[in-house]
Design a protein around this ligand. Structure first.
Ligand SMILES: [Zn+2]
Ligand SMILES: [Zn+2]
Length: 256
């Protein structure tokens, strides 16, 4: 399968999964043709796969997503390291081949260290855990609005008075000051005290991706220029010769 088709399939698959996730509770997905298809697939699955296998898989998925564990930390580290090894083996040598006087490794290595530094901070920093010692401090940070956050409300699990804008995380079993969300990738909560590190972690990740696209596009451009690919022609399935277009170039990117 050529590169362009793989990219299109990937984007399409990702968009469909995202839409299914975002509109999972909508009438269209629950009762419409997609809802019927979903019920039919579920019935088929139950006929093909033994019920205790399905139950065991659902239990494992529940444990993985709704309890504190190191699986996603290991997954994140592995993806980052393998992704960078692939990038260094594929893109960097090509850039050195065409632009030997420039340093092509300092920026990606700096960005990946920056990313790991903020990732480590997000994993280890206190998000603003509320306990008997800290509850009075956090109660004075934000005023109670009397609507969403009322004074004198106690967390039924922690048995401590809930400061305004705090929330109980059922996965970590604790109340967190200015709770944002529980992040499975950092195995920690994002709250009032580590929110800044989390934003910097995301920004450093965006910087890695932007730099990756910049370096990959540049290497492709230099390769195309060097071999004058846009001035050559290719043989079409019917045997005729056609001049290369950008689409043809992208479709054959894996053989470059
Ligand atoms: Zn949590
Ligand atoms: Zn609580």
């Amino acid at each position: 399968m050529d590169f362009l088709n793989i990219v299109v399939l990937y984007v399409l698959g990702f968009t469909i999964c995202l839409l299914l996730y975002l509109f999972a509770d909508s009438n269209f997905l629950k009762r419409g043709p997609i809802g019927k298809l979903r019920k039919l697939s579920w019935k088929l699955l139950r006929h093909i796969v033994p019920w205790n296998w399905i139950e065991a898989s659902l239990t494992q998925a529940h444990i993985l997503l709704n309890s504190r564990n190191q699986v996603f930390r290991v997954l994140f580290g592995t993806m980052m390291v393998l992704g960078h090894i692939e990038f260094i083996l594929d893109i960097v040598p090509m850039l050195y081949r065409f632009v030997p006087d420039e340093n092509h490794v300092v920026i990606p290595i700096f960005l990946v260290f920056l990313n790991f530094y903020f990732y480590h901070k997000c994993c280890m920093e206190d998000p603003g855990i509320i306990n008997a010692k800290t509850v009075d401090r956090y109660k004075n940070v934000y005023p109670y609005d009397g609507r969403m956050f009322k004074s004198g409300v106690t967390c039924v699990t922690c048995h401590l008075e809930k400061p305004a804008r705090s929330k109980h995380c059922s996965i970590c079993d604790r109340c967190v000051h200015r709770f944002d969300h529980h992040c499975i990738w950092t195995n920690n909560d994002v709250g009032g005290l580590n929110h800044g590190s989390f934003v910097l972690f995301l920004l450093s990740h965006i910087a890695i991706m932007v730099n990756g696209v910049r370096m990959a596009s540049r290497s492709l451009y230099l390769y195309t220029q060097h071999y004058k690919l846009m001035q050559t022609s290719v043989m079409a399935p019917d045997g005729s010769m056609q001049s290369i277009t950008l689409t043809v170039l992208f479709q054959n990117i894996e053989i470059l």
